[in-house]
Ligand binder design. Sequence first.
Ligand code: SF4
Ligand code: SF4
Length: 295
Amino acid sequence: VCADKINPAAVALDFSKHPCFNKSSHHTHGRIHLPVAPRCNLQCNFCNRKFDCMNESRPGVTSAVLTPAQAADYLDDTLKRVPNLAVTGIAGPGDPFANSVETMATLTAVRRRHPDMILCLATNGLGIGPHIDNLAALQVSHVTLTVNAVDPAIGAKIYAWIRDGHRPMRGLPAAQLLLDRQLEAIRRLKERGIVVKINTIIMPGINDQHIEDVAKKMAELKVDIMNCMAFLPVAGAEFENIPPPDGALVAGTRLRAGRHVPQMTHCARCRADAVGLINEPMSQERLATLASFAR
Ligand code: SF4
Ligand code: SF4
């Protein structure tokens, strides 16, 4: 990769402004998610991407999908109206690397227009591998991978199927391939100095007794921070009838995982089209602006 060609205007970035990775910034600096990635390359049993509710706030939800060109213009417009946006991220509503052309085109356009913007993305890790060198060249500095299991027998309960290129896979081989890709991606991201956050969803009866093992493995790979999130049942998803973990299970899980990896506790499970400060709700005005750029 010729980094100079991809990102000729590389500048030193101020990571202290990232509101998700620095708790002290989350009242002063915001983020924007550009919803350019509608497809997914696997199916988590806790996710139903068909379900989209304007009142709901969680990853996977967006009110519109943008092309890379629309997303770059929408960002420029939003920067005029929303102060202190320090981070631009891609977080779905599917997976960025099931839409890698759109994802890389968007990141490239944003980097060209905004050399000092912190770039961030969240992925399941299956398809990120071929793009890691270009992500580093674009100075994408923060990557979140969702790792729900480091034992493929547990992973096989969580993932209904994966699609690797045109190859659909199920069961243990699918969970093993996903895990291999995730571990390799984390190792390579860390080699390039990228901050890596791990999201792990606490699913009672599925992986809740396994999360300390996930944390131990992540510590070996030198991940920076881990976000153990409570599972939320979603209508129409395979796991819709599993009850969410109670506060004691979440707190205990974070305590045990925190022996190995620092824990993030202020994640707001933002929508794939979130804009502004982390805990700010999406206003009707912001939703309407987004929709106007999707036309
Ligand atoms: Fe849904 Fe994300 Fe899982 Fe894809 S990777 S099925 S978008 S939760
Ligand atoms: Fe930050 Fe969590 Fe929101 Fe992602 S979902 S932007 S990590 S607060």
